[in-house]
Ligand binder design. Structure first.
Ligand code: HMG
Length: 391
């Protein structure tokens, strides 16, 4: 039985800041951000969007009534969760009206969370072939204004429907993974901003990639020749390229060319959104599938997942017949076109405009947010959400 990705949804908030303008405001040469880091636009979450609403909006575009009946497991991968007890999955489960006889949980291991969720979903479907699992990957990346990580922030979510006989990508069995307890990036429970050892994190990302790639080759007998493309976890779009370059000499010139060209396509959406942490690998996959028009059915795609702290995994999938017919290409084009640029001072105001943490109530203006699902306020230490379709 094939198991894999049946549908892919995506959502990014409607606001962004231009990286050239951010560079000028920070007295940095714009090329450092646009070429050295490889980012053009950074998605900004207004106060009415949090990881729950981003995920719910991403899932909204792909689920039909039959999916909602069949889903019996909702797994929410995030590292910017909103509650230390209740899972973000439970909120999304209600906001989308999913069958009540479902498990709903949250998983955390930095950017690796959604990959763990997919592997868990795969095992669940193997035991329950009729069911479907909704995997949500949603985050808001915050390092702080004027920090070295600022240019690698972002916000957004990817929703993946995992099922038997998937229409888009069938996951293969062999995969290679690795854990090592390191402090390259972390966020203590009392902080809404991440701490990072930037250079060390870059080195570890590459090292993890090399180790799982070698382990994968040993386990599978495959090598560069067998891959049409490799997608990477993309904290910023230059990062995956640095890792890819370290293995390119294992292929012919033609293979190197193919992987480099496809890598570029796989970074298009990420360049316009920024780091969405655990969803970033899947945003890169989506970019490749939607932006590369002639990627043949049956192609093998490699996926490298890296979650600081750290866990890495290399796994693979095969594109299914007519997979392109099951993508939301037009919808995503419209989503990008409808976004609104904010100035750097506006971005700074939005960044500093956070929810109360002293138990006081707040009512938020959801009319200024075009998203269907929004955070409408806080009362008695509880977040309040609305689905505008149900009003
Ligand atoms: P930095 O010190 O701002 O930048 O840190 P830099 O001095 O290293 O320069 C960056 C690149 O720009 C360099 O290229 C420069 O040469 C180039 P490289 O040598 O790396 O190829 N550059 C220019 N290029 C063209 N024109 C110019 C110019 N000037 C310089 N004029 C850093 C950058 C990414 C470290 C920082 O932004 C940071 O700490 N970001 C957050 C951490 C991060 O993203 N780490 C990535 C690996 S860890 C990971 O992926 C996991 C993560 O997502 C968390 C999770 O798992 O949840 C972060």
């Amino acid at each position: 039985m094939k198991i894999g990705i049946d549908k892919i949804g995506f959502y990014a908030p409607h606001l962004f800041v231009d990286m050239n303008e951010l560079a000028v405001a920070r007295n940095i040469e714009p090329e450092k951000f646009t070429i050295g880091i490889g980012q053009e636009k950074m998605a900004i979450a207004p106060i009415t969007q949090d990881p729950v609403t981003l995920a719910a909006n991403a899932a909204l575009e792909i689920l039909d009534e039959q999916d909602k009946e069949k889903i019996d497991f909702v797994i929410f991968g995030t590292e910017s969760g909103i509650d230390n007890s209740k899972s973000a999955a439970v909120y999304v489960h209600r906001l989308l009206g999913i069958n009540p006889h479902a498990r709903s949980i949250e998983l955390k291991q930095a950017c690796y969370g959604a990959t763990a969720a997919i592997q868990m979903a795969k095992g669940h479907i193997a035991l329950n072939p009729d069911s479907k699992v909704l995997v949500l990957a949603s985050d808001i990346a915050r390092y702080g204004l004027n920090t070295s990580g600022e240019s690698t922030q972002g916000a957004g979510a990817v929703a993946l429907l995992i099922s038997a006989e998937p229409k888009i990508l069938a996951l293969e069995e062999k995969s290679a993974y690795l854990t090592d307890d390191i402090m390259d990036f972390w966020r203590p429970i009392y902080s809404d901003r991440a701490f990072v050892d930037g250079k060390f994190s870059n080195e570890q990302y590459i090292l993890f990639f090399q180790k799982v790639w070698e382990q994968y080759k040993e386990k599978s007998g495959f090598g560069i020749t067998d891959f049409e493309a490799i997608c990477y976890d993309l904290p910023y779009t230059k990062m995956g390229l640095k890792a890819l370059r370290t293995i390119l000499d294992q292929g012919t010139e033609e293979e190197q060319q193919r992987l480099l060209e496809n890598y570029k396509v796989s970074t298009k959406y990420n360049r316009m959104v920024g780091n969405i942490y655990t969803g970033s690998l899947y945003l890169s996959l989506l970019s490749l599938l939607e932006q590369k028009e002639d990627l043949a059915d049956g192609s093998r795609i490699g996926l490298f997942s890296y979650g600081s702290g750290a866990v890495g995994e290399f796994f693979t999938g095969i594109l299914q017949s007519n997979y392109r017919e099951h993508l939301q290409i037009q919808h995503h084009r419209e989503l990008f076109e409808a976004r609104k640029k904010v100035t750097v001072p506006e971005y700074e105001r939005i960044f500093d405009n956070t929810l109360p943490i002293d138990g006081s109530s707040i009512e938020l203006d959801t009319d200024s947010d075009p998203a269907v699902i929004c955070l409408s306020g806080m009362k008695d230490n509880m977040r309040l959400y609305i689905n505008k379709l149900n009003q």
